[in-house]
Design a binder for this molecule. Structure first.
Ligand SMILES: [Zn+2]
Length: 89
């Protein structure tokens, strides 16, 4: 997650006194601090705009899974080779 002010990475933490999660920018002088519950809710609402509904769902679901497997095929091959090497040792 990037800071809206300086575009640097933010980190998460939980405030001890209120047990509330926050995102905080670590850039010296920036001091951007956001309530994570509110931000996460807003993000979910934005994602809902891309939700697939109706008849297209199954087709898009199948295509996304196929694309995911294709894009990660080298990783799957690497894991398979590591397992094979593990069995040989
Ligand atoms: Zn910042």
């Amino acid at each position: 997650m990037k800071c809206e002010v300086c575009n640097e990475s933010m980190r998460g933490y939980i405030a001890n006194d209120t047990d509330t999660p926050y995102y905080k920018c670590n850039t010296p002088g920036c001091k951007c601090n956001r309530n994570a519950n509110l931000l996460n809710r807003q993000f979910r609402e934005k994602l809902n705009a891309f939700a697939v509904k109706g008849k297209c769902y199954k087709l898009i679901d199948r295509y996304l899974k196929y694309t995911f497997k294709q894009m990660n095929s080298s990783l799957a091959l690497k894991i398979k080779r590591q397992k094979e090497q593990g069995l040989q040792n």
